[in-house]
Design a protein around this ligand. Structure first.
Ligand code: PAP
Length: 326
């Protein structure tokens, strides 16, 4: 039976950590090819070392009504969305145009930490009670696998999705930085099969899309491409949704533009902290791996016509009837 067990052969030895047996991993479908093996657990794929933290998070986390979750499938613009959310929510405390704003010296992943890759990675029940309200968290975990308290509480979720053609290109480059040997063709095939960390891509996106229609006060569904095209409009939408709308005075004073400038790729990617700093994941995530081009449509230089057709066909089929266009 699949379960969590403390056995002699374990993947994690720290006492504070949930330990999972080899049997558990062996019971799950496994896919190699990315930098680490991924395992399918309850319909979604996870890097093996994140599975214990995903499960601890599911079991232990207690949401508060004021919590804000930034959710994406990897490489959809997570670090950008985290920066924007942090800047919006904290603007009374930290003026976006100030040259001492925390985002100028700290990577957004440290200000809005991931549940599975940071908070629960080395501690099965981190003490989050002392965090200031509203607590800002990030996750790549699909809605169906989030803790019940997130679903039951009034906490809010901002979801950012990105065109799958750009996601796979961004993902592949990201993995190259880890020295992954995967060829682009192979990565593309895994993506199409749905076997990417936190994938399948389409199921992930659709869960949040549907929820945003059913519960618009709970989930705000945004697209990277729309954010790029009309950043001003979407930032205002975000602020409104999060309960921190911009006053007309703030708009007149240029606060919206100040936040966009602060969080722009141009600014973020050239900050010293993002060029030479390291995010507090497990020590090996240099911050610069989160900044590559920050463009829409880079897939045009990477996907063959055949790949484009295949991905568009799958996307069309998967999203059929949902009203979502990607
Ligand atoms: P994660 O999900 O692993 O945290 P994520 O932040 O989603 O990663 O991915 C980084 C992507 O967002 C990169 O895309 P690219 O490979 O196509 O270039 C990165 O360049 C882009 N990105 C980072 N910061 C910004 C930003 N401020 N504005 C727009 N795009 C950004």
């Amino acid at each position: 039976m699949v379960g969590i067990a403390i056995e002699t052969q374990t993947h994690f030895m720290a006492d504070s950590y949930i330990q999972m047996s080899d049997e558990f991993y062996k019971s799950l479908p496994k896919e190699e090819g990315w930098s680490k093996p991924i395992y399918k657990y309850k319909r979604y794929w996870y890097p093996g070392n994140y599975l214990p933290s995903v499960i601890s998070f599911q079991q232990q986390f207690q949401a508060e009504d004021t919590d804000i979750f930034v959710v994406t499938i990897p490489k959809s613009g997570t670090v950008w969305l985290k920066a924007l959310t942090y800047a919006i929510v904290n603007r009374a405390r930290y003026t976006p145009s100030s040259n001492s704003h925390p985002l100028l010296t700290t990577n957004a992943h440290s200000l809005v930490p991931f549940m599975e890759a940071q908070l629960y990675l080395h501690n099965k029940n981190p003490d989050l009670s002392k965090l200031e309200s509203p607590r800002l968290f990030g996750t790549h975990i699909p809605y169906s696998s989030l803790p019940e308290s997130i679903k039951d509480s009034k906490c809010r979720i901002v979801y950012l999705c990105r065109n799958p053609k750009d996601v796979i290109v961004s993902f592949w480059y990201f993995l190259q930085k880890f020295g992954a040997k995967v060829e682009f063709d192979q990565a593309f095939e895994l993506f199409c099969k749905g076997a990417l960390p936190f994938g399948p891509y389409w199921e992930h996106v659709l869960e949040f899309w549907k929820l945003s229609l059913e519960l618009p006060q709970k989930v705000l569904f945004l697209k990277y491409e729309d954010m790029k095209e009309d950043s001003n409009l979407h930032l205002k939408k975000m602020a409104e949704f999060l309960g921190y709308p911009f006053s007309s005075q703030e708009v007149d004073e240029g606060v919206v533009d100040d936040i966009l400038k602060l969080c722009s790729f141009q600014n973020m990617s050239t900050l010293e902290v993002n060029k030479s700093g390291r995010a507090d994941f497990d020590g090996k995530f240099a911050n610069d791996i989160f900044f590559r081009k920050g463009k829409v449509g880079d897939w045009r230089d990477h996907l063959t016509q055949e790949m484009v057709e295949k991905l568009e066909e799958i996307t069309k089929e998967k999203l059929d009837g949902s009203g979502l266009m990607l």
